[in-house]
Design a protein around this ligand. Structure first.
Ligand code: ADP
Length: 538
C-alpha cells in the first residue's frame, strides 16, 4: 500500500472543495456571524500568510487564549497547516499556571481574545519566548493595552493572502497541536498531538458505532476549544463538511438552548455540569430541541438520573463517553450493541450510564491487584491504553515516567469491565475512598444522590479517619424549590436501600454551590480542604 502522510491540510482542503457553501456559525461578543467554509477557508489562509509574515516558522508553538468562535477555528488550521504547532491554552487557569504553560511550551506568538488581555498583561513580564501578541476582536480598533508588540487580528487578515498555499510536504508525525491537562494537582502537564494522531482521531469520531459525526450534522461543541481541542469536534466537522455552531464567550444555559433550537443543532458535547445547567433551563422554559440526535457527555461521570431525565422527560438522546487530554480524547463510548437493545428502559440505562466500549483502533488492559481483571463488572483495576491517538509522553516533564510505562498510558482511572466489554469508571485513583482496606466509589454515591429529584449537584469526598483510614462525606446542593425542606434523614433513607451500610457517607453537608475546576468538573481537592478546615475548627 502507499504510504501517504495524514495531514490536517487535507481536512481543510476537503471542506473548501466539497462543502464551500456549508457554514461555520459563530457567536461572538457582537452577535451571531455566519461564514461559508469557502469564506472561512480564505480567512484561514489569510491568517496563515499573516503569521508567516510575522515570522512564524515550522515547529514554532503559537498559543491561543480564546473562546469557541470562528477566529479560533481559523487558528486551528492556519497554524498546523503551515507546519507550526497550535497550542490551545485554558483561559480559566490561574495566571501562574498560564505563565508556566506558555514558558514550558515556549510559545512564540499569542492569539488572544480581547477579554483575556488583562490576564496576559498581568504576566507579560514573565513571558520570555513570546515575540508578538495578536488580539482577536470584532471591534475595528485595539483595546487599550500594555502588550507589546501587539497586532489587530482583522487588520492582519486584510493584509493576508487568501490563496496562501498550505504545506503538503510535512511529516505526518510532526507536531500539529498541544494541550495541557487542567492540573488538579501540581503544574499542568503538556501533551503534543501529531498530524497523524489528530487525523486518525477525527476519523474515529465519524464512525457510526462511536459518535458518527457526518456532513448531515449541525454540531455545537460546548466543551471549550481549549479543553482537549473541544474533544476533536472542530477538526472532524471541518473534514466532514459538518455545519458548526460555536457558542462564543459567556454563554448561559438559556443561550445554549436558544442556539440549539434556532440553528437546529443535531449533536452537542459538554461536561455533566453543562448538561445539568441545561436541564434546569428546560425545567423553566420550553424549547423545541427535537433535532438533537444526542448530547455527548464526558469529562466526568454522567449521573444516571440526569441521563434518564433528558431521555424520558425531554426525549433527548444521551451519549456517555470517556477520555482524557492524553487520549485526544475519545477512548471509550457508550453505544448499545444491537443484541442488548430491549424494551426495558432501566436495563438500557444500565448500559448508557457506563462509559462504554473501547473505540476501534485502540487497545486496553485493566490491571488489578493480581494482574488483568476478570470481565465480571466487579473486579477493579487501573485502565491502561495505547493506540495511534494516545500520547506517548508529557512534554518536557519528568512526570512522564509515572504515567507512561512499557508502551502504555496508565490513566490513573480505576474501572471495572463487564462480560460484554462495557467499561465503568469507578473513580480516579486519587478520589477513591479507602475505607478499612476496601474501596468506596465516590462516583457511585454522587450518582445516586443526583438521581434524587430534589438534589441539583452532589460531590462525595474522602476525609481522614482514625479507625477506617478514610470515610466518605457527601456535599449536596439542593434544588431551589426544595431549599430548607430536604433534610439529612430523608437523604439517608433514600441512599440506604442502594448501598451497603459502610458505603453510606458519615455526614451530608448542604452547600450553595460545589466548587468547580477550570473545565467545569467538581473540584474535590477544594472540598476536601474546606471540610478538613471545618473539622479542625470544631
Ligand atoms: P484533568 O485531568 O485535568 O481533569 P482531562 O480533561 O484530561 O483533564 O480529564 C481526564 C479525566 O477525566 C479522566 O482521567 C477521568 O478521570 C475523567 N473522565 C473523563 N471522562 C469521564 C467519564 N465519562 N466518566 C468519569 N470520568 C471521566
Amino acid at each position: 500500500m502507499m504510504q501517504t502522510p495524514l495531514l490536517l491540510t487535507q481536512m481543510i482542503e476537503r471542506a473548501e472543495k466539497y462543502f464551500p457553501q456549508k457554514q461555520v456559525i459563530s457567536r461572538t461578543e457582537s452577535g451571531i456571524q455566519r461564514f461559508t467554509y469557502k469564506e472561512w477557508g480564505q480567512r484561514t489562509r489569510r491568517l496563515a500568510s499573516a503569521l508567516t509574515k510575522l515570522g512564524m516558522q515550522e515547529g514554532d508553538k503559537i498559543g491561543t487564549l480564546a473562546w469557541n468562535h470562528h477566529r479560533h477555528l481559523e487558528a486551528y488550521f492556519a497554524i498546523p497547516c503551515s507546519g507550526a504547532v497550535l497550542h490551545t491554552i485554558n483561559i480559566r487557569l490561574s495566571p501562574q499556571h498560564v505563565s508556566y504553560i506558555i514558558n514550558n511550551a515556549e510559545d512564540q506568538i499569542l492569539l488572544i481574545d480581547s477579554d483575556v488581555v488583562p490576564l496576559i498583561e498581568k504576566i507579560q513580564h514573565e513571558l520570555n519566548s513570546v515575540k508578538a501578541y495578536i488580539i482577536m476582536t470584532d471591534s475595528d480598533t485595539l483595546p487599550e493595552t500594555s502588550l507589546h508588540p501587539v497586532y489587530h487580528y482583522e487588520t492582519l487578515l486584510k493584509e493576508g493572502d487568501p490563496s496562501f498555499a498550505f504545506r503538503d510536504d510535512l511529516d505526518e508525525n510532526a507536531p500539529a497541536g498541544m494541550c495541557y491537562t487542567s492540573a488538579t494537582t501540581g503544574n499542568p502537564k503538556g501533551v503534543v498531538y501529531s498530524h497523524r494522531g489528530t487525523v486518525l482521531h477525527s476519523l474515529s469520531l465519524g464512525l457510526t458505532d462511536t459518535t458518527g459525526i457526518s456532513e448531515r450534522d449541525v454540531a455545537l461543541p460546548v466543551v471549550p476549544m481549549f479543553h482537549v481541542n473541544a474533544w476533536g469536534l472542530p477538526f472532524a466537522a471541518v473534514w466532514f463538511g459538518t455545519t458548526q455552531v460555536l457558542p462564543g464567550p459567556y454563554f448561559t444555559p438559556k443561550i445554549l438552548a436558544e442556539l440549539m433550537e434556532s440553528e437546529k443543532v443535531t449533536v452537542s458535547a459538554g461536561v455533566p455540569t453543562i448538561w445539568l445547567g441545561l436541564l434546569n433551563e428546560l425545567e423553566s422554559n420550553t424549547y423545541d430541541l427535537s433535532t438533537v440526535r444526542y448530547l455527548l457527555c464526558g469529562g466526568s461521570a454522567a449521573p444516571r438520573g440526569m441521563i434518564k431525565t433528558f431521555e424520558q422527560k425531554y426525549n433527548i438522546p444521551f451519549m456517555h463517553a470517556y477520555g482524557m487530554t492524553e487520549t485526544s480524547p475519545l477512548a471509550v463510548v457508550s453505544v448499545t450493541k444491537s443484541y442488548l437493545e430491549t424494551e426495558d428502559y432501566e436495563e438500557q440505562l444500565n448500559i448508557k450510564a457506563k462509559q462504554g466500549l473501547l473505540v476501534p483502533g485502540l487497545e486496553m488492559k485493566i490491571i488489578g491487584k493480581d494482574g488483568e481483571v476478570k470481565w465480571d463488572g466487579q473486579e477493579m483495576g487501573e485502565l491502561a491504553l495505547r493506540g495511534p491517538w494516545i500520547a506517548s509522553e508529557y512534554y518536557k516533564d519528568e512526570r512522564t515516567q509515572d504515567s507512561f510505562r512499557d508502551g502504555w498510558l496508565y490513566t490513573g482511572d480505576v474501572v471495572t469491565i463487564d462480560e460484554e466489554g462495557y467499561i465503568k469508571i469507578v473513580d480516579r485513583t486519587k478520589d477513591l475512598i479507602k475505607s478499612g482496606g476496601e474501596w468506596i466509589s465516590s462516583v457511585d454515591i454522587e450518582n445516586a444522590l443526583m438521581a434524587h429529584e430534589e438534589i441539583f449537584e452532589a460531590a462525595v469526598v474522602a476525609v481522614p479517619h482514625e479507625q477506617w483510614q478514610e470515610r466518605p462525606i457527601a456535599c449536596v446542593v439542593v434544588k431551589e424549590q426544595a431549599k430548607g425542606k430536604l433534610d439529612k434523614q430523608e437523604i439517608y433513607e433514600f441512599l440506604r436501600p442502594q448501598f451497603a451500610k459502610w458505603w453510606l457517607p458519615d455526614d451530608i453537608l448542604f452547600l450553595d454551590e460545589i466548587p468547580k475546576t477550570s473545565v467545569g468538573k467538581f473540584l474535590k481537592r477544594a472540598l476536601r480542604e474546606q471540610i478538613q478546615e471545618n473539622m479542625k475548627e470544631v
